[in-house]
Design a protein around this ligand. Structure first.
Ligand code: SAM
Length: 247
């Protein structure tokens, strides 16, 4: 997958060199480039913002550098139909909530382009113009406001990269974790069996795989009901068996 990130703070994306994302980059699974928006400015101060029309506090990111950045990274002449252009993702607290389902959707794309806003955000015309030639999604990490889109990009890329083939050593973990099937994962334990007076549940030490699977499923249901009743309510009833309903 190819990923381009445009930001006025490219150094904010430095963690993308670390850990499994760094390894995915080294292996070529993730071809990531981070670009400085200011390289598409032409004045001596490398200006990217200006006061908002209509008044109000803060500054708004000017459309010209963004327009040039998107032209350079998604050249229309290469894909007049827009089909092979990247999918443009614009982090925004007013965007579509980011979920594991969206992470799966993005992991199936061949090219993602992130536009990181700062200040009061990017001039709306940048998004409106981009939408005339490529797919544009405003995406929110949650109902709170960050300083900029860079942290959102780090989060989204972590979630997406671990879904790419070959990135996780054991792909089976993707099938058993929270949000894989609309439930939260059961609690996990490792050695020692007793720690500071707290015991690992007996069933997990029993070696009985059937009982263990049932226990994990029950715990997942109980946890989800207690912590995220919204997830439980959204589950397809057909995915529940008789024992699930009892739990
Ligand atoms: N004025 C904007 C509003 O009220 O919707 C908030 C701008 S915020 C201070 C600056 C930038 O941070 C946004 O353009 C966006 O890129 C990023 N950002 C802030 N909160 C975010 C969130 N919850 N999810 C994703 N990106 C966010």
């Amino acid at each position: 997958m190819r990923v381009d990130v445009v930001s006025i703070f490219p150094e904010y994306l430095a963690p993308l060199d670390l850990s499994l994302i760094g390894r995915a980059r080294a292996a070529g699974t993730l071809r990531l480039a981070v670009h400085d928006l200011r390289s598409w400015t032409h004045d001596v101060h490398r200006t990217v913002d200006d006061t908002p029309y209509g008044g109000g506090p803060g500054m708004v990111m000017r459309p010209e550098p963004w327009g040039e950045a998107l032209d350079a990274l998604a050249p229309a002449e290469l894909a007049p139909d827009g089909v092979t252009l990247p999918r443009l993702l614009v982090p925004s607290p007013a965007g579509e909530p980011f979920t594991q389902a969206m992470a799966h959707e993005l992991a199936a794309e061949s090219h993602l382009l992130f536009a990181c806003g700062r200040y009061e955000g990017i001039d709306q015309r940048v998004l409106d113009h981009a939408a005339t030639r490529m797919r544009v999604t405003e995406v929110s990490l949650g109902d709170y406001v960050l300083f900029g889109g860079e942290v959102a990009v780090l989060v989204i890329l972590e979630a997406v990269t671990r879904l790419l083939p070959g990135v996780l050593g054991n792909a089976g973990s993707l099938d058993e974790e929270s949000h894989a099937h609309g439930l939260l994962e059961a609690p996990m334990y490792t050695k020692p069996a007793t720690w500071r007076g707290h015991e690992v549940p007996e069933v997990l030490r029993s070696g009985d795989h059937g009982r263990i699977a049932r226990w994990r499923r029950d715990e997942a249901l109980t946890r989800t009901a207690a912590r995220r009743p919204d997830l439980l309510a959204a589950l397809d009833p057909a995915s529940l068996d008789k024992r699930d309903r009892a739990a």
